[in-house]
Design a protein around this ligand. Structure first.
Ligand code: HEC
Length: 192
């Protein structure tokens, strides 16, 4: 009985040594090891940076034809200049007709209230820690002239899209329709 146990222990030790030798023997650090589903690594589609005989210039990535825009892209032809701001202020109108106040409040509280404050008075958390206070939407003056409560659709949309001085652009965080929801909410805060 005891003899059998001895062999069992010896056998197990041997297996452990061999197994750890196999596991640690992968000395090639650059190897990716076994590939599961290799056609995911070496796929048949061209990579964008791969040479490609099918096109005259021999590249896979092609410049889009002139005048085309990506699907779902919304044009905003007002540059980040004083002129662009004034023009947008006169010409651009909110395309949303129904107010989604609840959704807009959430967007505003996530992206704007840290500086502008929950009620738009320019008293957000970040301001309490020394960030320059934005003017109140209802009582303040815009640094570009005029009362904040008179800011139009286009001026607010332009500001969200490009930012203004200490305020950054929110174009990469808010899709155009979300920006319009926030514009509606700012209009509500302008009346407080
Ligand atoms: C990092 C802090 C910060 C955040 C976040 C922020 N703002 Fe501002 N915002 C400011 C400051 C500061 C100003 C005043 C800039 C100036 O006049 O120099 C300002 C100005 C404005 C103005 C006035 C523009 C004008 O023409 O005078 C509007 C409108 C505005 N913000 C809307 C928003 C909206 C909407 C959001 C959320 C999408 C937002 N802001 C997020 C700091 C912020």
């Amino acid at each position: 009985m005891l003899a059998m146990n001895k062999y069992k222990i010896l056998g197990l030790t041997l297996i452990t040594i061999i197994a750890s030798a196999i596991i640690t023997s992968c000395s090639d650090k650059r190897s990716t090891g076994w590939e599961y589903a290799p056609n995911m690594y070496e796929h048949i589609a061209y990579d964008p940076d791969q040479p490609n005989k099918n096109f005259a210039n021999g590249q896979t990535a092609q410049v889009p034809p002139k005048g085309t825009i990506p699907v779902g892209f919304v044009k905003f032809d007002y540059p980040n200049t004083r002129d662009g701001y004034d023009k947008a202020g006169l010409e651009v109108k909110n395309p949303l007709t129904t107010a989604d106040t609840a959704g807009a409040a959430v967007l505003f509280s996530h992206f704007c209230s840290p500086c502008h404050g929950v009620t738009g008075q320019g008293d957000g958390t970040v301001v309490a820690h020394g960030f320059p206070a934005p003017p109140s939407y209802s009582k303040g003056q815009s640094s570009r002239g005029g009362a904040m409560k008179d800011l139009t659709d286009g001026k607010i949309y332009h500001t969200i899209t490009y930012g203004l001085n200490a305020m950054g652009s929110y174009a990469s965080q808010l899709a155009p329709d979300e920006r319009w929801k926030v514009v509606m909410y700012v209009h509500h805060l302008q009346t407080l």
